[in-house]
Design a binder for this molecule. Structure first.
Ligand SMILES: O=C(O)CCC(=O)C(=O)O
Ligand SMILES: [Fe+2]
Length: 227
């Protein structure tokens, strides 16, 4: 499942994050945070993991995502890893790769299984050329380039890449989530069911039918969720 979630961050939050990141000494070569396969195709910069600045800005992004009902319903988050921040310019890119399935938590804690990948765009599409996030799934290749503050949520099992940024600069935040529902197909079905129940409730109010369907949703969650 791939889902575009508009307006995860407000324009003020985007402006604040960008002002804090601009010219910060914490920017490092993105190859420092990947294994040998990723390092061959990765050319970008990232805010140093665990630096006070990355932690401070990461908290804004995590809090906004966790407060977003569409993110919650689509990702069904159990554990959310601290967000990262990246920047691409001057032809920088991140070639075809897959995100590692198991990720250590900074500062200890149980490892997290990456089920859902999220990119929150921090640059407007007209600020740079190229830089599309291309996600390959069963249905083909999907090109994603969203407004600043919008997020894309996709399966961490998908091969993907960030196309070279040929002019301007693309900055973004990205993170991994372990979902209560590991399987992408089941998670997608739960999201669809929840969305339809919400629409039914909005159009016709609460009724015996919405209560019955909500019971069905929770019974599926009980069957499929790990907590
Ligand atoms: O910048 C993005 O949209 C995604 C970055 C990415 O795929 C990664 O760092 O693993
Ligand atoms: Fe990736």
């Amino acid at each position: 499942m791939m889902l575009h979630i508009p307006g995860v961050l407000t324009p003020d939050q985007v402006a604040h994050i960008r002002a804090r990141m601009a010219g910060a000494p914490e920017w490092l070569d993105g190859r420092e945070s990947v294994g040998p396969q990723g390092a061959k195709v990765k050319r970008n910069r990232q805010l140093g993991e665990g630096t006070p600045l990355a932690v401070e800005l990461g908290q804004i992004v995590s809090a906004a995502l966790m407060a977003n009902p569409t993110f919650f319903s689509s990702a069904l988050p159990l554990r959310v890893l601290a967000p990262y921040f990246n920047a691409y310019s001057g032809g920088e890119h991140y070639g075809l790769h897959v995100d590692g399935a198991i990720r250590a938590q900074r500062g200890g804690g149980a490892p997290v299984r990456a089920d859902v990948s999220t990119t929150v765009f921090l640059s407007e599409p007209d600020e740079y050329e190229g830089g599309e996030l291309e996600v390959v799934d069963l249905y083909g290749t999907h090109e994603v380039k969203l407004a600043a503050g919008d997020a894309i949520v996709y399966s961490s099992g998908s091969v993907h890449q960030v196309r070279p940024v040929t002019s301007g600069e693309r900055v973004a935040s990205f993170l991994w989530t372990q979902s209560m529902v590991r399987d992408d197909g089941k998670r997608g079905m739960l999201f669809d069911l929840d969305t339809q129940i919400q629409k039914l409730r909005a159009q016709h109010g609460e009724s015996e039918i919405t209560v019955g369907l909500t019971a069905h949703y929770h019974n599926l969650l009980r069957m499929w969720a790990e907590v």
